[in-house]
Design a protein around this ligand. Structure first.
Ligand SMILES: O=C(O)C1=C[C@@H](OP(=O)(O)O)[C@@H](O)[C@H](O)C1
Ligand SMILES: C=C(OP(=O)(O)O)C(=O)O
Length: 421
């Protein structure tokens, strides 16, 4: 495939109408691949996402002896023996946070050393709190920089016991520990350090996925979970569409006064980002203050939409957007200001969007930097639906979670063309 350096978007002259088939959920696909790999027997996963993040997960599991076939563009057939084997090379996981965090915990089931690494962006994303928690259960794991590469000296086992996790930077540490716990030798009690959990909905998603594969997990209050050593049972799972992907289409519909059928009502999703629909449906009267802590991946979508809102919007509860694929607070702020100076500002870890409904219809030639971050590319494409002159650099970065994004917009009648470099 020839890399396309940039895409230019022409605002549609009509409301966007039509239907779009969403990709499967990244979060559920990577949980299901992992749990199926730990199960003995064959699991059929349908409606799955095929993208960079799920490819990295599947490839790493194959390197550890798991059989994974891909009979169709949206299915995986996973055959596990209940054990993992020593990979003959480091596991390269790109910038897939789920793959890195989940596999770090599960690598304890390999009877030997495992190195997990990622690209330059992933090498800046913290894993130390997860390592500390694994260490409490006796796992020999090291990451000299506190970020990948990580080396796990697996024993093929995980002892049970009590573990505390500081999930202030990522809920994925909790999800990783819980999923590993289901195959431990004895019960594991996982307790949160601190007061709360941003992105709690992703831990709920983890517990549901574990239960689908036969695990017994009790949530004990808001702060801890007890996982029984049931091991996992192979199962067939239909994966729901990706709610984060849905946010772009919901926003595209309200921005153009259109109507896009994604085949699923907002309330039918179990993923946390579906909460963003409440704010999207209020447009152009979004709330003056939006707490993004429980719908973090939707914040770039909401922030670009907020640029066209009737009144300014402050986003709070979003501090850990700074350790996603890029520093998303800074990236969104910088790129909104590139469209029109003064459109956004940072205040501590809050992002304030100084909304301007008069942006719609203007010509403001802007080349949007995307920082190798799919969500920056996908959300700023929305600005191109109302502003003339928006160009998205490195558009192929959407391949992390939504390779078909540009085609989906084109199918709705958006004109997107290769930009002159
Ligand atoms: O568990 C998951 O599937 C995810 C959890 C969230 O990350 P953090 O827990 O790191 O905030 C989210 O941003 C990510 O895209 C997917
Ligand atoms: C933060 C994200 O991904 P991950 O943490 O899984 O790399 C995302 O998809 O927006």
């Amino acid at each position: 495939m020839v890399a396309v350096p940039a895409l230019s978007i022409t605002p549609p002259t009509q409301p966007l109408r039509g239907s779009v088939e969403l990709p499967g959920s990244k979060s559920i696909t990577n949980r299901a691949l992992l749990l199926a790999a730990l199960s003995q027997g064959t699991s059929h996963l349908t409606g799955a996402l095929k993208s960079d993040d799920t490819r990295y997960m599947a490839t790493a599991l194959r390197q550890m002896g798991v059989g994974i076939e891909e009979p169709t563009a949206t299915s995986f057939v996973v055959t596990g023996s209940g054990a993992l084997t020593v990979p003959d090379a480091p596991l390269f996981l790109g910038n897939a946070g789920t793959a890195v965090r989940f596999l770090t915990a599960v690598a304890t089931y390999v009877p030997g050393p495992v190195v997990l690494d990622g690209n330059a962006h992933m090498q800046k994303r913290p894993v130390a709190p997860l390592l500390a928690a694994l260490g409490e259960l006796g796992v020999d794991v090291a990451a000299p920089t506190g970020c990948p590469p990580v080396t796990v000296q697996g024993t093929g086992h995980l002892a049970g016991g009590q573990v505390t996790i500081d999930a202030g930077l990522s809920s994925q540490y909790v999800s990783a520990m819980l999923m590993a716990a289901g195959r431990a030798d004895a019960p594991v009690e996982v307790t949160l350090q601190g007061t709360g959990l941003d992105a709690r909905g992703y831990v709920d998603l983890t517990v549901s996925a574990m239960r689908a594969f036969g695990a017994s997990v009790q949530q004990e209050g808001a702060m801890s979970w007890r996982v029984q050593p049931t091991r996992y049972t192979a199962t067939d799972l239909r994966i729901e569409p990706d709610a984060s992907a849905a946010t772009y289409l919901w926003a595209a519909a309200v921005l153009t006064d259109g109507d896009i059928d994604i085949g699923l009502a907002p309330e039918a999703f179990s993923q946390p980002d579906a909460k963003a629909f409440e704010e999207i449906s209020r447009f152009p009267h979004m709330s003056p203050e939006i707490n993004g802590s429980q719908m973090q991946d939707a914040v770039p979508t909401l922030a670009v939409l907020a640029a066209f809102n009737a009144t300014p919007v402050r986003f709070n509860g979003i501090h850990n957007l700074r350790v996603k694929e890029c520093d998303r607070i800074s990236a969104v702020c910088t790129e909104l200001n590139r469209i029109r100076s003064g459109l956004a500002r940072e205040e501590g870890d809050d992002l304030i969007v100084n909304s301007d409904p008069a942006l719609a219809g203007q010509t403001l030639p802007t080349r949007i930097e995307t920082y190798a971050d799919h969500r920056i590319a996908m959300s700023f494409a929305l600005a191109g639906l109302r502003i003339n002159g928006i160009t998205i650099l490195d558009p192929a970065c959407v391949g992390k979670t939504y390779p078909g994004y540009w085609d989906a917009l084109r199918s709705l009648g958006v004109s997107i063309s290769d930009a002159a470099s």
